[in-house]
Design a protein around this ligand. Sequence first.
Ligand code: 2BA
Length: 151
Amino acid sequence: MIDLQTGDFLGKDIGSFIIPSERVAHVQIGNNLEHALLVLTRTGYTAIPVLDPTYKFHGLISSPLILDAIMGLERIEFEKLEHLVVEDVMNSNAPTLTMADPLEKGLKLLINHPFICTVDEEGYFEGILTRRVVLKQMNALVHQLKLKEMD
Ligand code: 2BA
């Protein structure tokens, strides 16, 4: 919960808001697109992180990126799903955060991205900061401020 006494919501570390890596669905760089599409479909997420076997973060894979990769001129070339690997089509320019970053930095990035991956100083994946978690905390803050105003 946000501490109204300090009033320092935006200055708080990202660390207290992230969903830890063990609760985040992901795929590995060498997985084929068929596997990635299965994970995305089963979890219900539009985009998920791409890691290597040592848990280093490499990028993001999404259903639109996969569909784009198998789109032929006249038909969807489903056979490509088996042969292309995640590394071939992932977005490797996704922004990242570190646990020590202030929430303000995360908030700015969340304007254009539904979630941001958090990595350590060596690039190992630690978790994600999502719009849902931040909006939930902001909603609680607004509610508390409203109650305070009524006192
Ligand atoms: P989307 O998959 O496009 O999901 C958009 C929003 O829809 C989510 O917002 C969440 O509120 C809801 N949602 C979608 N699938 C859900 C599910 N299986 N269970 C519960 N709620 C679901 P956020 O929670 O803010 O997430 C933003 C984005 O972060 C998601 O976008 C997804 O790409 C990623 N994400 C969130 N949690 C994840 C997790 N545990 N593993 C992997 N990726 C995750």
